[in-house]
Design a protein around this ligand. Sequence first.
Ligand code: AHR
Length: 498
Amino acid sequence: MALRIELNPARVLGTRSKMLYGHFIEHFHRQIYGGLFQPGHPLSDEDGFRTDILEAIRRIQIPILRWPGGCFVSSYHWKDAVGNRRRPSFDKALRVEDPNTFGTDEYLRLCRKLGCEPYICTNAGTGTAEEMSDWVEYCNLETEGQWARDRIENGHLQPYGVRYWSIGNENYSHWEIGAKSASEWGHLVRESAKMMKHVDPTIQLSAAALSDPAWNLNLLQHAGPFLDWISIHEYWDMMPETQNPATYEQCMAFTDQMDHSIREVRGMLAALRLEGKIRIAFDEWNLRSWHHPNVHTIQQGVGRDSFLTPRDKNDDNTLYTMADAVFTACFLNALHRHCDVVGMANFAPILNTRGCIYSWDGGIVLRSTYHVFDLYVNHLGDTVIDLFTGPVPTMVVPHKLGGERTVDCLDLLATTFSDHPGIAIAAVNRDPDRPHALSIPLDRPTSLTVLTLNGESKDAFNDVNCTGVKVTRQDLGLHDHEIEIALPAHSVSIIRIG
Ligand code: AHR
């Protein structure tokens, strides 16, 4: 029995910022060194960037790229990585040497090549308000002061105009270098924000937050007047110490209440009358947490095999299946539903580790999540409209932490386009085993196209020598009456109407 849907383009729920399709890259494992930045590699350009990776990133039109961390940033000193005298530093957060050959100027050159906004996360762990505001001077002042002059001496005559800045990463957490108490945090953010905005009052500032009311209340009461964004992070399938991935069904259980952090922070903003002034930047998210034993714990490990070698396990492409694609599509749908308060989101990370692109010496692999971004960015509209359905079929799935969850088999989002006619529906079928059909009423001859991301099984994946997940296209031609659209099991579809 097909699920009949009614579309109401007249009822607009919101216009999403393209920054919901943002990404994140960190100085971790092979994301930058040995990944995107490989000077001298046969596939690299004159600036040392892998051209095959650049091209794949351009195709998903990333609007913003957050850098340099993440936990890495909480003991990072940006001045070590500009100018002609780059000396390596030992990264005490992630416990490896950083050659500092990739720094602010290389990052901003990368953003220019990608055509995306830079988003710099500053060191609020061991760093100071002065170091953060000096960074703004280096990037954004014309000629005033020593740091702008240094930028000019380093060959960059014009200011970069970096608009988006974050104060700190997850300084609320015990695993972060230079972790802070709630009261320390509110004070540090206010003093840092003051100095950064005294340098350039046009910048937009975010600060690390939680969905924890006490932490956020203190932050917003101390620093709210200086902030434009509040930053929250979430990973659902937690594997920092042991790589024991959730099954497909368990991943579907994670989609239950997946927007709880947004709802909690939204409520806090409303209570403090900050809705409309401060928006949410969900600036790290991924179904799978990164695997790096003995970093986020008091057990520090001893040899490479206890805390460095295991990081290679993130590169196992068999892990990134249709579960990741279906989860990612469901979360993008949730972000769209909250687009009035969520203005930015950054998939963590874009390359290698749990990224949507995997690189190896001979090329790249587009993991299942890459194709979700490709479909959404290139085929979904920017205006979220209301969509009515009858009762959606449900399924009971096991939760990785025990118990069960009941979730809808389908997750549907309807959109229109602000710059041309037509409707696009993101239709996700979470069901691991059964197809489900939609019935779409049409009152005039209308063209229909369906793009479906799927694999032979729910556990299908892409790897160097196999393509188990791909997008198929069906051009259904003109229809002027009700039409049924089949949604295969464990699939993500975009239905283009008109
Ligand atoms: O596991 C990677 C880490 O996840 C990022 O560095 C940090 O921001 C988050 O805790």
